[in-house]
Design a protein around this ligand. Structure first.
Ligand code: ADP
Length: 350
């Protein structure tokens, strides 16, 4: 029996994207269908190269095609096309994603560095803006410390490039400590420059490392660009959770969608295989559930994660087999999935 394109499309229309809750045909993810004898070649465009659901989608597509009468073989190709935020307003940048925390020292910058590197490893075009102006650490974490930012002919900032990520940090702009007194208009002006007068080029994701807390930078950022969302980083302990709740409240008040929570320093793996929950157990999960947010990851404490930050190579690049690196890769993909969900559910500005 001859296979028809219609039969193939009908089969693909039974496959749901598990996160977007629509079928692949309705979502426009089926790019190409070719039939040759009893073989079908299908190309599916995912909404992010860091798709957390790829394995499930692949299994479901293969199962659906196997049910089409006459199909003996399937050639399945996956591509990815990140769909821009319908409300995005930074030219060339599809999504601006902020990484925030309530307290300092919970590992927000470490997480932001690894989220950016992980998305780049998955094939996305990624930028990283270190807007933690009172304690910028991305220049160190990306080994571009001490390098001055250069400008093009139009006096636009040229980002540095490290580990596949375009990076701009306040630390590359001014002397250490100089930003500590910035408030109000100077702060706003500098953020405007870093965001809007930087040659970011085409980016799928611009990750913004915020200062901890709920201060001027958060407000300015929300005024300057439409964020696709914000990721909250916390440790499991009560004092951190108290503060991250405030960060969540501020995000909501400034209409920034919350993409989810990443718990850092969740536990320390002991040599006998048990876990020491140094800062308490399950705190972020309880918080995420109470707030109705996804828990994107639980990142263990490892010596390698601390060392990689100091050495200027994000752990997901330096040691992919490390337990913290694995958890960070998963968290980055879940975050990318949440960005896709937001993009689909956001109505364009008319
Ligand atoms: P924040 O940005 O929240 O102030 P940092 O990312 O600068 O925090 O992290 C503070 C310190 O803790 C750094 O030295 C970092 O290397 C270390 N660190 C963060 N997360 C972990 C972890 N899961 N395991 C080990 N060290 C960590």
């Amino acid at each position: 029996m001859a296979i028809t394109e219609r039969a193939v499309m009908e089969a693909l229309a039974t496959v749901q994207d598990p996160e977007l809750h629509e079928d692949l045909v309705t979502l426009g993810m089926v790019e190409k269908v070719e039939i040759e004898g009893d073989r079908v070649a299908v190309t599916v465009q995912l909404t992010t190269p860091a798709c957390p659901m790829k394995a499930q989608i692949e299994g479901d597509v293969r199962a659906a095609l196997a049910r089409v009468p006459g199909v003996e073989g399937v050639d399945l190709t996956f591509g990815a096309q990140v769909r821009p935020s319908p409300t995005g307003n930074l030219p060339g940048v599809k999504h601006v994603v902020a990484v925030g925390s309530g307290k300092g020292g919970v590992g927000k910058s470490t997480i932001a560095a690894n989220l950016a590197a992980s998305l780049a490893l998955d094939g996305a075009d990624v930028g990283l803006l270190d807007a933690d102006i009172y304690g910028p650490s991305q220049a160190k974490m990306y080994a571009v410390e001490g390098r001055r930012l250069m400008a093009d002919d139009e006096k636009r900032i040229l980002p540095l490039k490290s580990h596949g990520v375009k990076i701009v940090s306040v630390a590359n702009l001014v002397e250490d400590g100089q930003a500590l007194t910035w408030r109000g208009p100077i702060l706003h002006g500098t953020l405007t420059q870093l965001l809007q007068q930087t040659v970011w080029g085409d980016l799928d994701y611009l990750i913004v490392d915020l200062p901890p807390g709920t201060g001027d930078v958060q407000l300015s950022l929300a005024q300057l660009v439409t964020l696709s969302g914000m990721v909250l980083v916390t440790t499991p302990q009560d004092v951190a959770l108290l503060d991250v709740r405030r960060a969540a409240t501020m995000a909501r008040k400034t209409h920034v969608p919350l993409l989810g929570v990443i718990e850092n320093m969740s536990y320390y793996a002991l040599p006998d295989g048990t876990k020491d929950f140094l800062f308490g157990e399950g705190g972020a999960r309880t918080f995420a559930e109470a707030e109705g947010l996804p828990l994107l990851g639980e990142i263990p404490i490892t010596r390698a994660l601390r060392e990689s930050g100091d050495a200027g190579v994000p752990l997901v690049v330096a040691d992919p087999e490390n337990a913290s690196a694995g958890a960070l890769r998963v968290a980055a993909r879940r975050m990318a999935g949440q960005v896709s969900i937001q993009a689909l559910n956001t109505l364009p500005v008319v």
